[in-house]
Ligand binder design. Structure first.
Ligand SMILES: NC(=O)C1=CN([C@@H]2O[C@H](COP(=O)(O)OP(=O)(O)OC[C@H]3O[C@@H](n4cnc5c(N)ncnc54)[C@H](OP(=O)(O)O)[C@@H]3O)[C@@H](O)[C@H]2O)C=CC1
Ligand SMILES: CC(=O)C(=O)O
Ligand SMILES: [Mg+2]
Length: 780
């Protein structure tokens, strides 16, 4: 017979916990043990490479560094290498579990440094609890590194270790549990206090824990205005009172003169609870005894001082944060150390000082108030994150952290005189930061910036779909465009309310099927009928067509009531292309339209044509497609370097299919000799500079990096762009329609919000270009 100990719920929880434990073990063990590895950054394929990488070539940089140690930043990885060092005495909230047992956490920090800030890490676990020995060890290995991140070392030893290393080394040293945590929680606290409609100077703060993290956090709160008299700190023995004997200097700094002993007493009427101690020491009753709109940061890891669900179900007016990633408001130093070190390394700071920490706090707090990019909503499965009780601090997967926090830290380092290599060109620095996160975003950012310079009126023909409206909202909020929202007005208004999309004068809503719109429909119908009445269209038919959103939208663009149109999110491609072709039509001199897709690949931007329109183009068509694509590549600010691809290379096959490409190249070379285009070429030769140069040095493409591939037909182009997209998880902008008289772009069925925002920018820049050409008289 079975005896159940505990409720069914408890049993389920324990099964779940056991499952998570096993999952974590498998994650760490397979496919190979651990989480990080060393990857060479230079070529090593040939004997020549090895002679450069190692003896004899390596002697040259050695001797340069011997002459001047600063050269180690030039010739080695020192400048981007941080040591994550621990002795395992305060590992998360698990306590003194020893150096070996701390290694998974240190490797984890290494992983986070790399993925969030592109900083390389060696994790080092030191087997000593002796302060002097530990300091000596770090000092002896310091020449290897550009910075030292001390981790999970218990207080009070951690204070002395950090203080002395900062004094004795000339590279940035930071004890992450102290300052990383302090920076993040201070930013979160400033925002939480604002949301609770209180003032940092007035709030009564209870700090549970008096260790490395708690002491540094509380010091920083004071630097931002928290009053010493309003703070009560507790350690494992209870409230730290002034009359307690044998207090360490750090504990004495926060001792209270209040005659209280327990957490329960301290929590009465407190506004803020900060937990940097151990799990499950706060009870619901304690929460209930706190002041109105209480702020609770239960930051002990892995389990907080009070369970998140228990806390939020106890009080509705609570602003709650934990150190964990599985609940809203993760106040964890992961938001800090990668970006603080990035900024410090980039100006070769000799220290991480108070000014740099405070700059990071302000930048983080401000970032939480800005609009959240759609990628972040997607990463966290949210519809719309925004500043509020459940979003007081940015999320770790927010790529803006990398472009906002390091510059703030670097500037503060320069202003406070600790930067050895000051930054002069901030725009360039920001670009470099973007590039660290996959430079492929650069071209997208350029496009977005260009759109913002002269935003245009973009009509979204399917604005009564949530994602389309979201894209329009971002377009509007980011200053990319003035959106015209087409669709069922009641639905649009309801969705706008849901998205908190405010209707300003720059936003127009049009429902072509409504009575309100009847006169305009009739006016457009009249124009259309006049143009087509001799082609069998009746006025009645024209009126009927104009009530259809894609006809109406195309007519708006045609008549100059909108500058560009976007459609196709919910309808099949041909349904959308037809009205565009019927009404807007082709540009002067163009005999067929085509489409290109920009792929943000790891080797850089790559345009692929024709991905959507021409099923089996002939040589003439291919030449035209190539020419139109070259114009789009230029629109993106790049010089087109184009390969006409085939299964054959330069006459290697006499088949008609290869000859078709050869002929297209001849046409292009003949009619547009300045265009850098060549072929017929296989894709690998087109994309691999070395292969091309060694085999076909005569090619116009030799020595150049191809950024455009023109495929022989729709099968090949469409399949290839989708293959790249799916296999490499590559972002794609497009299909960008080419050859139309006015800007109209067709979205992919079910396109993501991000794709639609990018297409908004394409539409706006396309409109800007067409306007420019009209004014300068340059032929279309
Ligand atoms: N969310 C985040 O980003 C971070 C969270 N943390 C978490 O904070 C905690 C402390 O870390 P750290 O400061 O590095 O460790 P330390 O070992 O330096 O400090 C631990 C502190 O907790 C105190 N403590 C232990 N039991 C209790 C109790 N029952 N009531 C009140 N205080 C108690 C200890 O008291 P005593 O002095 O008497 O020993 C000590 O002051 C850990 O859980 C850690 O995971 C740490 C850094 C970052
Ligand atoms: C997050 C962290 O550094 C800690 O809990 O120790
Ligand atoms: Mg830690």
């Amino acid at each position: 017979m079975f005896t159940f100990v505990g409720s069914l719920n408890e049993i389920q929880m324990s099964i779940q916990n056991e499952r998570k434990r096993r999952e974590a073990l498998v994650y760490h063990a397979k496919p190979k043990p651990g989480k990080i590895e060393v990857v060479p950054t230079k070529k090593y394929a040939t004997q020549r490479d090895l002679a450069l990488a190692y003896s004899p070539g390596v002697a040259a940089p050695c001797l340069e560094i011997e002459k001047d140690k600063n050269n180690s930043y030039k010739y080695t990885s020192k400048g981007n290498l941080v040591a994550v060092i621990s002795n395992g005495t305060a590992v998360l909230g698990l306590g003194d579990i020893g150096p070996e047992a701390s290694k998974p956490v240190m490797e984890g920090k290494g992983l986070l440094f790399k993925i969030f800030a592109d900083i390389d890490v060696f994790d080092i676990e030191v087997d000593t609890k002796n302060v002097d020995e530990f300091i000596q060890t770090v000092k002896h290995i310091a020449p290897t590194f550009g910075g030292i991140n001390l981790e999970d070392i218990k207080a009070p030893e951690a204070f002395e270790i950090e203080r002395r290393l900062k004094e004795e080394l000339d590279i940035p040293v930071m004890h992450d549990d102290q300052h990383g945590t302090a920076i993040i929680s201070a930013a979160a606290l400033l925002n939480a206090v604002e949301l609770a409609e209180k003032k940092i100077e007035d709030v009564k703060i209870v700090v549970s824990g008096a260790g490395a993290a708690a002491v540094s956090c509380t010091r920083l709160y004071k630097a931002f205005g928290a009053q010493a008299d309003n703070i009560v700190m507790l350690d494992s023995k209870g409230v730290i009172r002034k009359d307690r004997e044998n207090l360490s200097a750090e504990k004495d700094e926060f001792a209270t003169s209040r005659k209280i002993d327990t957490l329960e007493e301290a929590m009465q009427d407190a506004d803020v609870f900060v937990g940097l101690s151990i799990a499950d020491i706060v009870t619901p009753d304690m929460l209930l005894s706190m002041a109105k709109n209480p702020i609770v940061f239960a930051m002990a890891n892995p389990n907080p001082e009070i369970d998140y669900d228990l806390a939020v179900s106890t009080r509705k007016d609570l602003i709650m944060a934990t150190g964990r990633s599985d609940h809203p408001n993760q106040v964890n130093n992961v938001l800090g150390f990668p970006f603080i070190f990035r900024g410090a390394l980039d100006v070769r700071a000799t220290k991480i000082n108070e000014a740099m920490k405070m700059a990071a706090v302000r930048a983080l707090a401000e970032l939480a108030k800005e609009n959240v990019p759609e990628q972040v909503n997607i990463a966290y499965g949210e519809t719309k994150l925004g500043f509020g009780r459940e979003y007081i601090i940015p999320k770790p997967f927010d790529s803006r952290l990398l472009t906002k926090i390091p510059p703030a830290v670097a500037k503060a380092a320069m202003e406070s005189g600790v930067a050895k290599e000051p930054i002069e060109d901030w725009q360039r620095y920001e670009d470099e930061l973007y590039e660290r996160m996959g430079g492929d975003n650069k071209i997208t950012r350029l496009l977005l910036n260009r759109a913002k310079l002269n935003p245009k009126r973009v009509v979204y023909a399917e604005a009564d779909h949530l994602d389309v409206l979201k894209a329009a909202q971002i377009g509007h909020d980011e200053g990319l465009c003035k959106p015209i929202l087409l669709g069922r007005k009641d639905v649009i208004l309801e969705l706008m309310q849901e998205l908190e999309f405010e209707k300003t004068d720059a936003v127009e809503i049009i429902d072509p099927k409504s009575d309100e719109c009847k006169d305009q429909v009739n006016a457009y119908a009249e124009v259309f009928w006049n143009a087509r009445k001799r082609n069998g269209i009746t006025l009645y038919e024209a009126q009927k067509l104009m009530r259809e959103r894609n006809y109406y939208a195309s007519m708006m663009v045609n008549e100059g009531d909108a500058d560009a149109l976007l459609s196709g999110y919910s309808r099949a491609y041909p349904t959308v292309v037809k009205p565009i072709l019927d009404l807007i039509g082709m540009d002067k001199g163009v005999t067929r339209i085509a489409a290109t897709n920009l792929m943000n690949t790891t080797r850089g931007p790559l345009f692929i044509s024709d991905t959507s329109i021409n099923i089996e183009p002939d040589s003439e068509d291919l030449a035209k497609i190539a020419y139109m694509t070259s114009r789009i590549v230029k629109m993106f600010g790049m010089e087109p370097i184009m390969a006409m691809v085939s299964y054959a290379n330069f006459g290697s096959s006499k088949h008609d299919k290869a000859k078709k490409i050869k002929r297209a190249v001849e046409i292009l070379h003949d009619k547009m000799p300045d265009l850098i285009v060549d072929g017929e070429l296989q894709v690998d030769f087109a994309l691999n500079r070395r292969m091309l140069e060694s085999k076909f040095p005569f090619s116009k493409l030799a020595g150049r990096k191809v950024n455009t591939l023109i495929f022989p037909n729709l099968d090949a182009a469409n399949s290839n762009y989708k293959l790249i997209k799916e296999l490499n998880q590559t972002d794609s902008i497009g299909p960008i329609l080419m050859g139309l008289k006015k800007p109209a772009h067709v979205l992919q069925l079910g396109a993501s919000v991000e794709e639609m925002v990018n297409m908004t920018a394409v539409a706006v820049v396309d409109a800007q270009e067409k306007e420019k050409r009209a004014h300068t008289g340059i032929p279309h």
